[in-house]
Ligand binder design. Structure first.
Ligand code: ASN
Length: 330
């Protein structure tokens, strides 16, 4: 029987990290080539016919929009040319959730794309990378994974790309989907799905970025008690296209930042209210009159994910009603 063809696209991260010794946490992310990652996973060749490509080799704190565009292009090309039945992306954990959401909005095919990484470098005692990579390949190779969109596989959990979030800076079990929980599990070579992500992703979105080499400039401004408006004012001066506020509670802004947002909106900058709180949603007209302020809201997306949707949304329109509808749909 022919094995599914899985292409591993390596971008760097701790999974490709090298430390001085097995008992120290210090390491340099994105040091090892993809060949070494694959060789560290015994039996992976019995799950799938593996091939690999190096897209970048960075710690994901250095992930860029340019690398996202390159990844997107390559994934769509691989599926278009029928080069693989599924794709696994090895990626640092710091921004893995952002890449996963970006791809879940922009990949135009139904075939599985699975991101994974590790919390311990490849040289560490009990490195978690090889098991995560084995599990990610198992998920990408499973016939049940078709139509599930872009996923994150970590510590035997399968998350929808839209929902995954890094929730620990140090623990091996570093990912959760705080609003929804995982959609499935991978264990002992078996893939079991419990839930289906109902949000529309992949080829159902209007965000076909084929041919684009730049995206609108959208930034995040975080609030805290007694926060000055310095950050938002600086972004307005810079002439950004959009600002997502990581606001208080259900997306609240204090008085000075409310005034700064009014100035931003006056300069035709799109402002989306999100929250620094981990779960729940930011709804229209909660404690804030969005119609009066000229803002839209993030629904249940974290600020860093809302930034991605706004970036992609602004490639299509500046109309606030349409942009708001994107946030309730994708
Ligand atoms: N665990 C990790 O992968 C962290 C690393 N800084 C990265 O995101 O590349």
């Amino acid at each position: 029987q022919k094995l599914p063809r899985i292409k591993i696209l390596a971008t760097g991260g701790t999974i490709a990290g090298k430390g001085a010794s097995a008992d120290r946490a210090a390491y340099k992310a994105g040091s090892l080539p993809i060949k070494d990652l694959i060789e560290a996973v015994p039996g992976i060749d019995k799950v799938a016919e593996i091939s690999g490509e190096q897209i970048s080799n960075v710690g994901s704190q250095d992930m860029t929009v340019d690398i996202w565009i390159k990844l997107n292009k390559r994934i769509n090309e691989i599926f278009k040319n029928n080069e693989a039945d599924g794709i696994v992306i090895t990626h640092g954990t710091d921004t893995q959730e952002e890449t996963a959401y970006f791809l879940s909005l922009t990949v135009r095919y139904d075939l599985p794309v699975v991101l994974t990484g590790s919390m311990r470098p490849a040289t560490a005692m009990s490195a978690d990378g090889p098991k995560n990579l084995y599990d990610a390949v198992t998920v990408a190779a499973s016939a049940n994974s078709r139509g599930k969109g872009v996923m994150v596989v970590f510590s035997e959990n399968i998350f929808a790309g839209r929902e995954a979030e890094k929730i620990s800076t140090t623990h091996v079990d570093a990912f959760k989907a705080p609003n929804t929980g995982p959609i499935g599990q991978v264990y002992d070579g078996r893939v079991v799905y419990y839930m289906h992500d109902q949000r529309k992703g992949n080829k159902n979105t209007p965000f076909d970025i084929t041919g684009m080499d730049k995206l609108p400039n959208v930034v995040v401004a975080e609030l805290f008690a007694d926060a000055p408006s310095t950050t938002i004012d600086a972004y307005v001066d810079k002439g950004v296209d959009g600002i997502v506020t990581a606001g208080l509670g259900n997306g609240n802004l204090n008085k000075v930042n409310m005034e700064a947002v009014t100035r931003a909106v006056g300069k035709n900058i799109t402002v989306c209210r999100s929250s620094r709180v981990l779960t729940g949603r930011v709804t229209l007209y909660d404690e804030t009159d969005d119609a009066k302020l000229g803002t839209i809201v993030s629904d249940d997306l974290s600020p860093q994910k809302a930034r991605i949707l706004l970036m992609l949304g602004l490639t299509q329109t500046k109309d606030k009603k349409t942009l708001q509808q994107y946030f309730f749909t994708y």
